[in-house]
Design a protein around this ligand. Structure first.
Ligand SMILES: NC(=O)c1ccc[n+]([C@@H]2O[C@H](COP(=O)([O-])OP(=O)(O)OC[C@H]3O[C@@H](n4cnc5c(N)ncnc54)[C@H](OP(=O)(O)O)[C@@H]3O)[C@@H](O)[C@H]2O)c1
Length: 349
């Protein structure tokens, strides 16, 4: 396995050991174009509240990214809509300037927003993202949704295949090393693969114990694509400031597995993803939990343990933008009662 830049920190090892910093060598997955993707990424979406998208204050996120690099994270997941690209880029650039890593050591994923789906808009959108990050290229550019929107958020009729041509353009011009999609359903992914000139390397979807995504994982494997799993902790953690129904951090089945490996239940859920060939994208801005979440590469679940966790599946999504459900390319099941949608309405258990 190639070094990931932890080794370039080895000269500092005694200092790091003294300050209690560990650096985990994260394994890498080979993509269908031969490039390598680190098997876990740091999620950098800070969520939303009444004021809209939550923003980093006092460079908190840039510092988190620098700490994350110190402890071994080499893959960062951001998006134009998260408004975190600037600080993700800043944290990475500072670590490159310090000589701790090179640009080749890190894998940066960002995403095209829905209002820039026309083919000619795609290179401009990616250049805007790159300018914010202060980088020359991204390792992976994803179409965030198959849904095109006009500037005023009315539905646009741009076909996602037109958008894909724009993603192919940015890969050909070198602005993105690889391209892929997010929030596509299986039929949409099949159509994309059939009509694409460049095959996507990855699909990013919601994956956690209540949304196990077996069909997409199986299909992606058959096409040599990587699945990236967002919101990996599912109901284990608070979402939108609330605790939702579903397995919690003290769920007995998870606790039993965690005790066997001397790990925590969040670590078991992340390892469950790794063992199902999913690249988890846990978000944390807390140093203790950053370390906990990356410390999952020294154990492996048994098949029966994976299946036990699979049994929590009940098709619950936390990202359910039903306000788009009449769009022709809405990827998810439509719901009859949007008032029951936890994504839109804060519901107490
Ligand atoms: N493609 C898409 O449409 C899409 C949609 C949603 C998310 N994503 C990506 O996926 C990433 C992760 O998803 P997410 O942020 O929704 O959910 P998540 O990573 O499942 O959960 C994040 C929450 O878990 C807490 N947490 C982290 N580690 C923990 C641990 N070990 N123990 C207990 N709590 C822990 C975090 O708090 P602290 O920060 O305080 O630790 C935070 O409140 C996003 O940041 C984004 O990059 C993509």
């Amino acid at each position: 396995m190639a070094g990931n830049g932890c080794s370039s920190l080895f000269g500092l090892l005694s200092v790091m050991a003294l300050s209690g910093i560990m650096c985990v060598e994260v394994p890498k997955l080979k993509l269908n174009n031969g490039k390598l993707m680190p098997a876990i990424a740091l999620g950098t979406y800070l969520g939303f509240d009444q004021g809209g998208v939550v923003k980093s204050v006092n460079k908190q996120l840039a510092n988190v990214v620098m700490n994350a690099i110190d402890i071994g994270y080499r893959h960062f997941d951001t998006a134009a809509i998260y408004e975190t690209e600037e600080e993700v880029g800043e944290g990475i650039r500072k670590k490159i300037e310090e000589g701790a890593i090179t640009r080749d050591d890190v894998f940066v994923t960002t995403k095209l927003w829905n209002t820039q789906h026309k083919r000619e808009q795609v290179p401009l959108a990616l250049k805007q993202s790159l300018n914010k990050m202060g980088l020359n290229y991204v390792d992976l550019y994803l179409m965030h949704w198959p849904i095109g929107l006009n500037d005023d958020y009315t539905f646009s009729d741009v076909d996602f295949m037109e958008t894909w041509r724009g993603l192919e353009d940015v890969q050909k011009s070198g602005l993105a090393k690889s391209i892929g999609v997010s929030n596509f359903n299986l039929d949409q992914l099949r159509r994309l693969i059939k009509e694409a000139s460049i095959k996507p390397v990855a699909i990013q979807v919601e994956v956690h114990p209540q949304m196990i995504q077996s069909e997409i994982i199986e299909y992606a494997k058959s096409e040599s694509m990587v699945v990236m799993g967002y919101s990996p902790f599912g109901s284990l953690v608070m979402r939108y400031g609330m605790q939702f129904p579903g397995p919690k951090i003290d769920e007995p089945i998870l606790v039993e597995i965690a005790s066997k490996y001397n790990k925590t239940t969040p670590q078991v859920v992340l390892r469950w993803q790794v063992d199902r060939n999913v690249v988890p994208l846990p978000k944390s801005t807390n140093l203790k939990r950053l370390k906990e979440n990356i410390d999952i590469f020294d154990f492996k679940l048994e098949q029966y343990e994976i299946e036990k966790i699979n049994q929590f599946h009940n098709n619950v999504r936390y990202t359910l933008p039903s306000f788009w459900q009449n769009h022709p390319y809405y990827p998810f099941e439509k719901i009859d009662n949007p008032q029951d949608n936890p994504f839109l309405n804060k519901r107490k258990q």
